[in-house]
Design a protein around this ligand. Structure first.
Ligand code: PLP
Length: 373
């Protein structure tokens, strides 16, 4: 299935995709800047100083939007995280990170040569990451090595459970321990309001193709205070060129797609409460339909549109179906719903982001019918 068909003919509930779908204006902007040279042609040495197209003002707008002192585009959230790790740490340094962190956080840390120490998530079914657990892990690192960890990273909302962490409380703990904090907002900025300065983080990483409705690959990195000055330091021999950005980053249709997506993002984050209501209504309905055979994991009630359900009920129904574990995917497809992994019935992740209430009701009705098979 082509991705346009998926978006135009189906209700798509794949959590990796729901906030990355593009509106028509974004797709048009991409085609205008599709030639390999179309952005670089306008450059006089600094990508983020280009005034036509207005990349300079986009860069300023991104910093204001996130409420950081300086922001730049990157190729994605992982490149943003790697940049910060590479800039803040030396090989062998310790990065403290949450137990629900994304694989790309771990890979970025490996590339930067860091030792990682995990803040364990709490027990099932909630898998909660707490400020107390951060305080304890930071203290253990200091006791073992005699100095604070070089950097801490918090996954603001994780991709496994959609748990919203208390970033302000965890940032306060990091500040107390004198460890700078990088907030990975791959699942939050672009979907919901996030004020990095108010939360107290020092750095932020964002994913444009995951959560800002941009074609990408594109991300944003932001920093506050002296952290910004260090992260965005310039090369001595080439004083226009930013070292950690290797001179420049996203320099094609990807940055143009973010430019076109930003006005919509600014509007849609105002509807976050409605998004949450839809997700909570849906989760409660699923648990009701399942009569114990469908359970929401992670925060309950949920604080995000990404939801993970344990679904022994669907597994059991699959045993009786000709298509076995593939029945769920087929039954959903027959009802115009796509986005779950074929063959998976024990549990699944999904998202209601961007759906209207009547679409969410339709979705619940479809699961209700399938639960009665
Ligand atoms: C998707 C995801 C990423 C990776 O984002 P990219 O922009 O593709 O690098 C990082 N962290 C989390 C929590 C994610 O869900």
């Amino acid at each position: 299935m082509h991705s346009r068909e998926r978006e135009e003919l189906f209700i798509n509930i794949n959590p990796l995709q729901t906030a990355g779908r593009t509106r028509a204006a974004v797709r048009k902007a991409v085609t205008r800047y599709v030639d390999g040279y179309s952005v670089c042609d306008a450059c006089t040495g600094i990508l983020h100083d280009i005034e036509k197209p207005p990349i300079k003002s986009l860069t300023r707008e991104l910093a204001e939007f996130l409420n950081v002192d300086e922001a730049r585009t990157t190729a994605g959230a992982r490149e943003a995280k790697f940049m910060v790790m590479h800039s803040e740490c030396r090989p062998g340094d310790i990065l403290v990170l949450d137990g629900n962190a994304h694989y790309s956080t771990h890979v970025a840390a490996s590339r930067a040569g860091l030792e990682t120490v995990e803040v364990p998530a709490g027990p099932p079914p909630f898998f909660k990451i707490t400020a107390d657990a951060y305080a304890q892990t930071l203290a253990e690192v200091k006791a073992r090595t005699g100095k604070p960890a070089a950097l801490a990273l918090l996954t603001h909302v994780d991709g496994d459970y959609g748990n919203l962490t208390n970033a302000a409380a965890i940032a306060a703990v990091c500040r107390e321990a004198e460890v700078p904090l990088l907030l990975n907002t791959a699942y939050t900025t672009g979907r919901m309001p996030v004020d990095v300065r108010a939360l107290g983080a020092d750095f932020v990483a964002c994913s444009g193709h995951k959560s800002w409705g941009a074609c990408g690959p594109i991300g944003v990195v932001g920093a506050i205070g002296e952290h910004a000055a260090h992260l965005f330091r310039l090369d001595q021999r080439f004083p226009k060129k930013n070292i950690e950005l290797l001179g420049c980053t996203a320099r094609g249709s990807n940055i143009m797609s973010l430019m076109e997506a930003l006005p919509l993002v600014k509007q849609r984050i105002k509807r976050w409460e409605e998004e949450l209501e839809n997700a909570r209504w849906f989760a409660a309905r699923m648990e009701h339909i399942g009569k114990g055979g469908i359970k929401l994991l992670g925060d309950n009630p949920t604080n995000h549109d990404l939801m993970r359900f344990a679904t022994p009920l669907f597994h059991e129904i699959g045993q009786r179906q000709r298509k076995k574990g593939y029945f769920l995917h087929k039954e959903l497809t027959d009802r115009g719903i796509t986005g779950l992994k074929p063959g998976q019935t024990q549990w699944f992740k999904m998202s209601t982001y961007g759906l209207s209430r009547s679409q969410v009701e339709y979705l619940a009705q479809a699961f209700e019918e399938i639960a009665a098979l």
